[in-house]
Design a protein around this ligand. Structure first.
Ligand code: IPE
Ligand code: IPE
Ligand code: MG
Ligand code: MG
Ligand code: MG
Length: 290
């Protein structure tokens, strides 16, 4: 599992590095590079490749789509760390982008990474039918905007220091993190031109994986070690974030996560051997310490 993840990370970084190198250098591209590399775990790309395996999708196309997704993810992290949001000084084991470049450049580098994602998806190097690409672009736009990451991030901030009921916390986490995972998960069915039903089934599986991923991120914030995680921990309590932990406590959140994991694994079981890698990734998400 870790070997696969490392390979996907390497291939994605290789693509992104070359893609950025071909663009005109500026302070902004330098800040974009800083936000992208050496980079994170590339778990969203892993989900793409794992589900791509179930649908027999060409690996190279998935790397390009994963690169676009990682640009949106990197943008969301740069903005997430800004003083007006979570106000974090450390990200991926180094000073966060605004700490290094200042707030204005961090905002603009974030914006530029967001649009870079769509530049990549519409690029000739992504060897898919124009119609398919159009659907992929349309769907990714929706996952990133007010109905997805941005909307979820707003709720995350709006919910600080308030008593928020269970359903609303889950909904917020599904938006800020679940949507992008749902996207990754639905891409292979879209490429295969499968019907809406299949696409939606996989989108739901992906959203749940994203929810599980956010829950484990919250668990790591509660219990993890800053050095190992590469970002400051124990921040959610300090900021009064509404999480399952703040509502139910640590133990009950672990139990909820375990149940959610089993629910997801039951859904993918019917794909037999082809879902082995995805199954491993889900186990990894639950067990991860960073
Ligand atoms: C962190 O995401 C933010 C969340 C959505 C929980 P990752 O844990 O995937 O961050 P990197 O890319 O590995 O740094
Ligand atoms: C961020 O969630 C989710 C995003 C969509 C960026 P967090 O605020 O918990 O992420 P970390 O812990 O700072 O990485
Ligand atoms: Mg946040
Ligand atoms: Mg944060
Ligand atoms: Mg967190």
């Amino acid at each position: 599992m870790l070997n696969d993840l490392n390979k996907i990370a390497k291939d994605t970084n290789f693509f992104l590095k070359h893609y950025l190198k071909k663009q005109k250098y500026s302070v902004l591209t330098s800040a974009m590079n800083y936000g992208l590399f050496p980079g994170g775990k590339k778990i969203r790309s892993k989900i793409l490749v794992d589900i791509g395996k179930i649908f027999n999708i060409n690996y190279n196309s998935l790397v390009v789509i994963g690169a676009a997704v990682e640009c949106i993810h990197a943008y969301s992290l740069i903005h997430d760390d800004l003083p007006c949001m979570d106000n974090d000084l450390i990200r991926r084991g180094k000073p966060s982008t605004h700490t290094k470049f200042g707030e204005a450049i961090a905002v603009l580098a974030g914006n530029s990474l967001l649009t870079l994602a769509f530049e990549i998806l519409s690029d000739k190097r992504l060897n898919l039918k124009e119609k398919t690409k159009n659907i992929l672009i349309n769907k990714l736009s929706k996952c990133a905007g007010h109905a997805g990451i941005a909307g979820g991030q707003f709720l995350d901030l709006d919910f600080e220091k308030k008593n928020i009921p269970f359903k609303k916390i889950i909904n917020m986490q599904l938006k800020k993190t679940g949507k992008l995972f749902g996207y990754c998960s639905s891409v292979p069915a879209i490429i295969k031109n499968n019907g809406v039903k299949k696409i939606n089934t996989f989108e739901t599986i992906g959203s749940d994986i994203g929810l599980l991923f956010q829950i484990t991120d919250d668990l790591i914030d509660y219990k993890g070690n800053s050095k190992k995680v590469g970002k400051k921990t124990k921040k959610d309590i300090k900021l009064g974030k509404a999480t399952l932990i703040s509502l139910l406590g640590y133990k009950k959140t672990v139990i909820y996560g375990e149940k959610l994991k089993i629910k997801i694994q039951k859904k993918i079981m019917k794909y037999g051997k082809k879902s082995k890698n995805l199954n491993e990734t889900i186990n990894y998400i639950m067990k991860r310490t960073r």
